[in-house]
Design a protein around this ligand. Structure first.
Ligand SMILES: Cc1cc2nc3c(=O)[nH]c(=O)nc-3n(C[C@H](O)[C@H](O)[C@H](O)COP(=O)(O)O)c2cc1C
Length: 214
C-alpha cells in the first residue's frame, strides 16, 4: 500500500497557494489507484507544540545525564517519527514566512531531526529514509531571482533541502511558485502574469511528479 505523508503549514486555510499545490499532488497520487493512501497532517490547524526540552533532540540513551523528558512529549515525538518512517513519499507545503519556513513546520522539523534516529549520529550511521522521495511545494510572496537584490533571501528552501536531503538522505524535489502576492498588491501588479504562469507550471510539475514517485 503506497503511502503519502502530506503536510500543510500555510496559515491561510482558504486561499493558501501551497495548499492548492499540495492538493494537486495528492489528488494525482490518489488517482493512481485505490491503494494509493494519504496520511494528512495539517500543522496549522493541528499544531505541534514547540519542543518541551532540548533533550528531545537526542534519542533515549544519548540524552544529557539527568535530562527529564515528559513521557507525553517523548510519545508524541515517536508518533511523528513513526508517521514519517511509514511514508513511502513525503509531501510538504512550505510557504515562505519571514524568509524562512512557518514556525509550525519548524516545530515538525525539530521533532523529526534526531541524530542517530533518522540521520546518522556518526559517519556511516543509519539513514532509514535514504532514497525516499520528498516533494516540497514552496510559495513565496515576492521574488528571489539570481542577480537581484533579494537573491538568497529565501532561507526556507535551504533548511528543507539540508534536513530532508543531506541529513535524512531523501531525494528532495523543491517546486516553487513565487510572486504570489502580486494578485493582491497593486505595487506588484506587473508580476501578475508571471505569478500565474509560475503557479500553473508548479501545479503541472507536481501532478506529473505524483504520477512518477514512490
Ligand atoms: C507571516 C507571513 C510572513 C511572510 N513573509 C514573507 C517573506 O518573508 N517573503 C515573501 O516573499 N513572502 C512572505 N509572505 C507572503 C507569503 O509567502 C505568500 O503569501 C505565500 O503565498 C504564502 O503561502 P500560502 O499562499 O501557501 O499561504 C509572508 C506571509 C505571511 C502570512
Amino acid at each position: 500500500m503506497p503511502t503519502l505523508l502530506h503536510l500543510d503549514s500555510s496559515a491561510d486555510l482558504d486561499r493558501g497557494r501551497s495548499r492548492a499545490l499540495t492538493a494537486a499532488f495528492a489528488d494525482a497520487w490518489r488517482a493512481r489507484g485505490a491503494d494509493y493512501t494519504v496520511v494528512y497532517r495539517d500543522l496549522q490547524s493541528d499544531p505541534l507544540p514547540h519542543l518541551e526540552t532540548a533533550a528531545l533532540h537526542w534519542p533515549e540513551g544519548a540524552r544529557p545525564a539527568g535530562a527529564i523528558v515528559p513521557a507525553a512529549a517523548a510519545a508524541l515525538q515517536q508518533e511523528i517519527i513513526d508517521e514519517l518512517l511509514a511514508a513511502d513519499v513525503l509531501l510538504v507545503g512550505a510557504p515562505l514566512y519571514n524568509y524562512t519556513v512557518p514556525s509550525t513546520l519548524k516545530a515538525w522539523l525539530d521533532r523529526v531531526h534526531v541524530p542517530g534516529v533518522l540521520t546518522p549520529a556518526e559517519p556511516g550511521g543509519a539513514q532509514p529514509l535514504a532514497g525516499r522521495p520528498a516533494v516540497v511545494a514552496v510559495t513565496r510572496g515576492g521574488t528571489y531571482d539570481d542577480g537581484t537584490a533579494t537573491a538568497g533571501w529565501d532561507h526556507g528552501s535551504p533548511v528543507l533541502s539540508i534536513i530532508l536531503g543531506n541529513a535524512f538522505g531523501m531525494e528532495v524535489r523543491i517546486v516553487t511558485a513565487s510572486a504570489t502576492l502580486a494578485e493582491r498588491l497593486p505595487a506588484m501588479a506587473a508580476l501578475r502574469d508571471r505569478a500565474a504562469a509560475e503557479f500553473d507550471a508548479a501545479a503541472a510539475t507536481l501532478r506529473s511528479l505524483a504520477r512518477e514517485v514512490g
